[in-house]
Design a protein around this ligand. Structure first.
Ligand code: GRF
Length: 224
C-alpha cells in the first residue's frame, strides 16, 4: 500500500478565549477552525458570567470551559490574579477577548503583553467604552465599525490590527447597527487571529505590521 504523501504541518497557536455573553465571535472562530481556515487550538473558554450563551457554544464544540465569576472576588486585582492562574494553566500563545465585559488591571495586561487582543465595536480611537452604536448615531457620524487591537493598560486603546467600517443608514437604530457591525467582526477577527497564529504580525512604534511591511491596509470598508 503506498504511503500517503506527507502533509505540510501548520503549527496551531494555542488560544484562550475570554467571553461574557453571546459568544458570536467565538462561534465565528470555531466555524473557521472547523473549515480549516484558522490555525488555532482553542484550549479553554473562560467566562466571568455563568449564564453566558458562549459557554454553550464552547460545550457544543467540545472545548473546555470554566467560569471565573468576578462577583466572588473582593477586588479587581484578586479577580485578575485568579484569571491569570486559570489561563496560564492552559499555556496559551494568545489570549483573545471576545466580548469580555470587564476592565482588566495593568498587571493582567502586562502579563500578556503582545499576546492579548480585543475587539471593540467602534472605529477607535472614537468611542472607547460602552453604548458605541448609539453614540455614533447620536453624533450623526457617516461611518461606524469595529476595531481589533492589541491590548494595553488604557481601556479600548492599543495598536490596531484591523478595522472594518460601514456607512450608517438614516433608518439605523443601535440594534440594527450592532447587527451589521457584528457581521464585520465575524469576518475580520478570525482574519486577524489567523495572521497572529501564522506569526505574521509584529508591532513597531505602536503600529502593527503584517510580514514586517508598513503597507497593511488597516481600514476596510464594507457594504452590509
Ligand atoms: C462585540 O460586539 C464586540 O465588539 C464587543 O462585544 C461584543 C461581543 O459579541 N467587544 P459576542 O459575544 O461575540 O456575540
Amino acid at each position: 500500500m503506498p504511503k500517503p504523501a506527507p502533509q505540510p504541518t501548520t503549527k496551531l497557536a494555542r488560544a484562550v478565549v475570554l467571553i461574557s455573553g453571546g459568544g458570536s465571535n467565538l462561534q465565528a472562530f470555531i466555524d473557521q477552525i472547523d473549515a480549516g481556515e484558522l490555525p488555532l487550538d482553542i484550549s479553554l473558554v473562560v467566562s466571568n458570567n455563568g449564564d453566558a450563551f458562549g459557554l454553550d457554544r464552547a460545550k457544543q464544540a467540545g472545548i473546555e470551559s470554566c467560569v471565573v465569576d468576578h462577583r466572588n472576588y473582593s477586588s479587581r486585582s484578586d479577580f485578575d490574579a485568579a484569571l491569570i492562574e486559570r489561563i496560564d494553566a492552559s499555556q496559551p500563545d494568545i489570549v483573545i477577548l471576545a466580548g469580555f465585559m470587564r476592565i482588566l488591571t495593568a498587571d493582567f495586561v502586562n502579563h500578556y503583553e503582545n499576546r492579548l487582543v480585543n475587539i471593540h465595536p467602534s472605529l477607535l480611537p472614537k468611542y472607547p467604552g460602552t453604548n458605541t452604536h448609539q453614540r455614533a448615531i447620536d453624533a450623526k457620524d457617516q461611518w461606524h465599525g469595529a476595531s481589533i487591537h492589541f491590548v494595553v493598560p488604557e481601556v479600548d486603546a492599543g495598536p490596531i490590527i484591523l478595522q472594518g467600517r460601514l456607512p450608517i443608514n438614516s433608518g439605523d437604530t443601535s440594534e440594527s447597527l450592532q447587527q451589521r457591525i457584528h457581521k464585520i467582526e465575524h469576518k475580520l477577527y478570525p482574519l486577524a487571529l489567523k495572521w497572529f497564529a501564522q506569526g505574521r504580525l509584529s508591532i513597531n512604534l505602536d503600529k502593527v505590521l503584517l510580514d514586517n511591511e508598513t503597507s497593511l491596509e488597516q481600514l476596510q470598508t464594507f457594504d452590509l
